[in-house]
Each structure stands twice: as structure tokens, then as C-alpha cells.
Design a binder for this molecule. Structure first.
Ligand SMILES: Nc1nc2c(ncn2[C@@H]2O[C@H](COP(=O)(O)OP(=O)(O)OP(=O)(O)O)[C@@H](O)[C@H]2O)c(=O)[nH]1
Ligand SMILES: [Mg+2]
Length: 464
């Protein structure tokens, strides 16, 4: 584990920072020591050379390559360190056509920039101390946010909520580390060290802070990734009809024939700010033919990944051995029993259905007549959160990387507390405390290595 060397990049990078396609406007971003030189070479302005303009100003002119004019455009000149990357930056805002943007980018590259790697602008922002690593990761989450809740969690993280929380825990541990390290360095000295009990209490409180953060992971991951809701049941009970009624569109094929659905179909739905990935699956039965066999295999695989199963039963046909066998396939998973086709029967004996399947919650629907669908949605949201909808007042962790680092830190602190309790020589708690600090540093980027950074930033889009 290395502390990062300061940025030693002399390259100037350029990329199209807006989505590729047709748009009103598109932006080519250039960042690095020669950004303003590059702008001078490709941007003609009546008022003079872009590099002579004051910082954070916008100017009208023409982008050109060699002799030819590419587009009339605006250039924004921003000198570091008050920029996103911390470096000198020029942003050329032209018309948003694929060719215009490519020609502008090519001109910038010919003028001395090199194409940026995915996430390289943000990586530079991190390396130049504009963002910590958790904030840099939040940038990508913000761009990818699919729901309002995911957006809010990402923007809190970008504002530094996770950073501040982790730093508060770190500083608590650093205080203890100072005392413990001093007692290694000056074993003979008659220094009045804090009593072990105090150190232990301090570490225990840090450990509790870590545990509180860890406890947010399940909800956090759900907010960002969404929840997998798998619709399962035997053929012809109305699974595809139910999917269509939940997402309010004609997504899946519905026919009166049993065995209609073969592939697993995924649709998304946002309920109370949370993304639901709803999967329609092939009806599970003894398969008739190769295609259905593959379909049933895929249904079972989808069930394996379910956070919540909507187990569909046919109110009209009643229960069968087949239903009981399917239930056994996902035993232990969260599940809602959906008794469908209630329009075909005068009355449904809810308790009988519930009793059969371990008293799981039952919702009665007619997917065809759109009855009970709102109630089903309500029950789904109730089921999704471990308790209430999580409060965003405190930091929430959403990434496996953060969870792993916190778990490591928690285990190390556990070791340190034990070593103190057993009154081992101070080298023992000291090793554990350093490990805990290193692990926490992985979240903020205080300690990290290039491989981890490459892994994180390679998930970014080019131009960010
Ligand atoms: N009366 C009534 N018919 C329904 C209802 N839901 C579905 N159906 C009908 O039941 C038949 C099967 O519906 P699907 O949605 O294709 O059933 P499925 O469970 O997806 O079937 P497979 O894909 O074969 O596993 C169709 O004719 C639907 O119109 C309902 O609530 N009431
Ligand atoms: Mg179907």
C-alpha cells in the first residue's frame, strides 16, 4: 500500500464530454499544462489569443483545423487551480453533432493534447486534491443515478458526507495511535500515558462508528443498484400479464397458451424513489422440449438472484403440487404470494393460500382487470426496506469497495481492542491500529495504489 506520489503528469488531455449523438450543443474539454496553448492553436477570436483572456471568462469565435473553419463556438477559459481538475482548462462549446465534435477533438489532439482515458479528468481532480476518492466515485454515481434517491445519496457523498464521517472516525483512531506509538518509542520514559481503559473506550467508539456505517450498506446498495423482483410461478398463471400491469406497458408477450415466455425479460420501475428491476420468467414445470427446458433453467437462475419473489398463483385453478414444488425452489427468499385471476372466482380463501406457504403475505390481483396492482406495489415497497425508507441525514455507503474497507478496519480495531485488554506489549495493538487506519484510508484515497485507482476510474465514461 503506497501513499500516492503527487501527480506527475505533464500531458494535456482532451475529450468530448457530452454524449455522442445529435444535440443542440456539445463540449470538448481540454485540461493540462498546455490547455490554453492548444486553445490558441485551434480557436480564432477577434479579441486575441484565448491564453490572453482572464480566467473564468467565455468568448465567441471559430474553431479551425489548419486552414478550414470547423464551427462557430464559445470557448471557456479557466486557469488552475480553480477548475474541476485543478489544472488549466479550456472548454469549447460547439454544435452538438458527431462530426463537428470529432473534428474539434481531432484538431485539439493535433495541436498537442492527447485523448483522455475514461474518468481521467476526475482522476486528475482526485490526484490534485480537489476531491477525495469517495467524492470522485460519487461523480460517477451521480451521472449514473437512475432514481431520485440514488441521485440524492450520490450528491451527499459528492458534498463530502462520507468523507467527513470516515475522517471523524480516523481522527479518533489517530489519537489512540499517537499514544500507543509513543509508548513503543519511549518504553523506559516515565511518561504518563492515558490509561488503557480510556484508549479502549476510544477505539470501541470508533468501531461503533464503523459498524453504524456498515449497517447502511444493504439499503445503500439497493438505492444505487435497485432491487431484483422476480415474478415466478407455473405456466399460464398470469406472470407476464402481471409484469405488463406493473410497468404499465405491453412489455411481455401474453397468450392463453401455457409456456409462452421462454427468455427472462427485465423491465424497470421506480417506486418511492427506488429502482425495481422486475423480471418476468418462464413458467416452471416439467419442460416440454428443448426451448422450454432452457427457459425453465433461466427462470431458476433468475430466482437465485431475486431480492424479492412475486409468487403467482391462479385463483381459478387452485393450488397444485406444481405450485408447492416451485415454492421450494426459492425457499428462504423474501416473497409475496400473488393470487391472480380473482375476476374469475366469486371469493378467494386468502388464509388457505397463505397457510400453504408458511403464512407469507398474500395479495389478490386481477392482472387482466388491473385490480390489486396498487396494493401489490405498496406491499413491494414495504418489503424492500429493512426498516423505514432510509434517512439521508447520515452517511450511507453504497459500494462493495467501501464495505470491504470498513470490514477490514472493524476487524483490525477488534484486534487492537483485544490486544489492549490482554495488556500485550504496545507493538501488538499498534500493528492493528495502523491496519485500521490504512483500511479507512482506502475509502478516502489517503492510502491506495495505482491498480485500485485504475479499476475505479476505468468504470467512468470518457470525458468525465
Ligand atoms: N381472467 C383473467 N385472465 C388472466 C389474468 N391474468 C392473465 N390472464 C390470462 O391468462 C393467460 C396467460 O397469461 P400470461 O400472462 O401469458 O401467463 P404467464 O404466467 O406469463 O404464462 P407463461 O409465460 O406461459 O408461463 C392469458 O390468456 C391472460 O390473458 C387475470 O387476472 N384474469
Ligand atoms: Mg409469460
Amino acid at each position: 500500500m503506497n501513499r500516492l506520489a503527487p501527480l506527475n503528469s505533464t500531458d494535456t488531455i482532451a475529450a468530448i464530454s457530452t454524449p455522442i449523438g445529435q444535440g443542440g450543443l456539445g463540449i470538448v474539454r481540454i485540461s493540462g499544462p498546455k490547455a490554453l496553448d492548444v486553445a490558441d492553436r485551434i480557436f480564432l477570436c477577434k479579441k486575441g489569443l484565448p491564453s490572453s483572456f482572464p480566467t473564468h471568462t467565455v468568448h465567441y469565435g471559430q474553431v479551425h483545423a489548419g486552414g478550414g473553419i470547423i464551427d462557430r463556438a464559445l470557448v471557456i477559459i479557466m486557469r488552475g487551480p480553480r477548475t474541476y481538475t485543478g489544472e488549466d482548462t479550456a472548454e469549447i462549446s460547439c454544435h452538438g453533432g458527431r462530426i463537428v465534435l470529432h473534428k474539434t477533438l481531432t484538431a485539439a489532439i493535433k495541436a498537442g493534447a492527447r485523448p483522455a482515458n475514461p474518468g481521467e479528468f476526475t482522476m486528475r481532480a482526485f490526484l490534485n486534491g480537489k476531491l477525495d476518492l469517495s467524492q470522485a466515485e460519487a461523480v460517477q454515481q451521480l451521472i449514473g443515478a437512475q432514481s431520485d434517491l440514488a441521485f440524492r445519496v450520490a450528491s451527499e457523498q459528492l458534498r463530502g458526507k462520507l468523507h467527513d464521517t470516515v475522517e471523524a472516525i480516523r481522527s479518533q483512531i489517530v489519537d489512540v495511535a499517537a499514544v500507543v506509538e509513543a509508548s513503543i518509542d519511549f518504553p523506559e520514559e516515565d511518561i504518563e500515558f492515558s490509561p488503557t481503559e480510556e484508549l479502549r473506550a476510544e477505539l470501541t467508539s470508533a468501531k461503533e462508528g464503523i459498524e453504524r456505517l456498515l449497517a447502511t450498506f444493504e439499503d445503500g446498495a439497493r438505492i444505487v443498484e435497485g432491487v431484483n423482483v422476480v415474478i415466478a410461478g407455473k405456466p399460464n398463471v398470469g406472470k407476464s400479464t402481471l409484469l405488463n400491469s406493473l410497468v404499465e406497458k405491453d412489455a411481455a408477450i401474453v397468450t392463453p397458451l401455457a409456456g409462452t415466455t421462454r427468455d427472462v425479460l427485465r423491465e424497470s420501475l421506480i417506486l418511492q424513489g427506488i429502482i425495481l428491476n422486475v423480471f418476468d420468467t418462464a413458467g416452471i414445470r416439467k419442460p416440454q422440449g428443448l426451448v422450454e427446458k432452457e427457459g425453465v433453467k433461466r427462470s431458476k437462475k433468475a430466482l437465485g438472484k431475486a431480492d424479492l419473489v412475486l409468487f403467482v398463483l391462479d385463483a381459478d385453478a387452485g393450488l397444485s403440487e406444481e405450485d408447492r414444488r416451485i415454492f421450494a425452489e426459492f425457499r428462504g427468499k423474501k416473497c409475496i404470494i400473488v393470487v391472480n385471476k380473482i375476476d374469475l372466482v366469486p371469493e378467494v380463501d386468502e388464509a388457505a393460500f397463505a397457510g400453504e406457504f408458511g403464512n407469507q403475505s398474500v395479495v389478490k390481483t386481477s392482472a387482466l382487470k388491473l385490480e390489486g396492482i396498487e396494493e401489490l406495489k405498496r406491499r413491494i415497497t414495504e418489503n424492500v426496506w429493512s426498516a423505514d425508507i432510509p434517512s439521508l441525514d447520515h452517511a450511507i455507503i453504497t459500494s462493495v469497495r467501501h464495505r470491504d474497507a470498513l470490514e477490514r478496519a472493524g476487524q483490525a480495531l477488534h484486534g487492537a481492542i483485544k490486544a489492549l485488554e490482554e495488556r500485550l506489549s504496545p507493538e501488538f495493538p499498534a500493528v492493528e491500529i495502523r491496519e485500521a487506519l490504512d483500511a479507512l484510508g482506502l475509502i478516502t484515497g489517503e492510502t491506495t495504489d495505482e491498480e485500485i485507482l485504475d479499476k475505479i476510474f476505468s468504470k467512468f465514461c470518457i470525458g468525465k
